[in-house]
Design a protein around this ligand. Structure first.
Ligand code: ATP
Length: 336
């Protein structure tokens, strides 16, 4: 977004990765409606891009009183939820509230200080890859710096947990064990890289519908993540492939039977292993190396033309100045 003439701006870019669940066990439904999970998250090299900018007349942007009341706007492709329906804007408004910023509705006045979040969506939506959660985490990390909120990682994760179960993991990314409803995060050692063909489905699948199907048909499991945690210490795709585990698969396959057929087809075409991404409907095909991922993409191109080659783990949100210079300031170092 180009600022109006005479308007000065400070801007940052944030690149946020999607996540995979290498292991997902459902321990049962809790009284609060959430499900108790044990999961192993890992970020993967598919990214959304956010640009957060503080705009206003020179001199006013840094005036504490001007910054206390400001308009916060989202600019995103029409296919993406708009306004408060978008998790990135919700994250911004909540961080603002906690930092003493009163977000204003309606058009900005000429001299008004305002924050604009530009969102460029590349992570498939409603695909089980936590794209919305990644955007929320990206907004938190970017605005914490842009607004000088000074929240530490634990505080950012606490705000993140109010926004959604996958958001706390997305604040730091990498590889982590998630427990509770997925918001209690413990970092996990992972080597890799691991190579994937990510096969989105043409129609979204609602996370809550998949959990409701799980409630109807499945029993709580006590399978633990040890095999995956062990496999992550090596670079061996076959070891990781044998350990991949997702207990939402049966529920999602029941709702969308073609996913079972497509999993079989990916295995027949040479995938080392295939697992559902979170609550689906994306399928994640693990391959021996990057060349094998490209070969698999070519083999399934007739029924999955939108498949994407990616690698994991992919680190966490990355901040840079708008000019593209790497910013290795204190917040980024803490997050790493
Ligand atoms: P969930 O977190 O429900 O498992 P998911 O990983 O399957 O989600 P997302 O791309 O995060 O998929 O989208 C889930 C829902 O969140 C979408 O249906 C959409 O309406 C809403 N949403 C809100 N903000 C965003 C955003 N920034 N990007 C994508 N979806 C968003």
């Amino acid at each position: 977004m180009v600022p109006a003439e005479g308007v000065d701006e400070t801007a940052l870019r944030v690149r946020v990765p999607a996540k995979l669940n290498l292991f997902l066990a459902v321990r049962g439904r809790r009284d609060d409606g959430y499900h108790e999970l044990v999961t192993v998250f890992q970020t993967v090299s598919l990214y959304d891009h956010l640009r957060v900018a503080l705009l206003g007349l020179p001199g006013r942007r840094h005036h504490p009183a001007a910054r206390r009341r400001m308009r916060v706007e989202l600019s995103a492709d029409p296919a993406v939820p708009q306004g408060r329906d978008n998790l990135a804007l919700r994250a911004a408004l909540r961080l603002g509230e906690l930092s003493g910023i009163v977000p204003l509705e309606g058009p900005a006045d000429r001299d008004g200080v305002r924050t604009v979040i530009d969102l460029e969506k590349r992570i498939p939506m409603a695909a089980g890859m936590a794209g919305g959660s990644a955007d929320a985490a990206g907004a938190l990390v970017g605005l914490n710096r842009l607004w000088d909120c000074g929240l530490a990682v634990d505080q950012l994760r606490a705000v993140a947990a109010e926004l959604g179960s996958d958001v706390p993991f997305c604040v730091t990314g990498g590889t982590a064990l998630g427990t509770g409803r997925g918001v209690e995060i413990t970092p996990v050692l992972s080597r890799g890289p691991f190579h994937w063909l990510i096969c989105p489905d043409s129609e979204p699948l609602s996370t809550s519908e998949v959990y409701r199907a799980w409630d109807r048909h499945a029993l709580p499991s006590d399978v633990g993540p040890d095999r995956v945690l062990y496999a992550l210490r090596s670079t061996d795709a076959a070891g990781l492939g044998a350990a991949l585990h997702n207990e939402l698969e049966a529920a999602a396959f029941g709702l969308r039977p073609r996913l079972r057929v497509r999993k079989r087809a990916l295995l027949d075409a040479g995938a080392v292993a295939v697992v559902l991404a979170g609550s689906g409907p994306t399928l994640l095909a693990l391959t021996a190396d990057e060349a094998a991922a490209h070969a698999l993409a070519a083999a399934v191109a007739d029924w999955c033309p939108q498949a994407l080659v990616a690698r994991s783990p992919a680190g966490g949100p990355e901040l840079s100045h708008d000019a593209g210079l790497s910013d290795t300031g204190p917040l980024l170092r803490t997050l790493e």
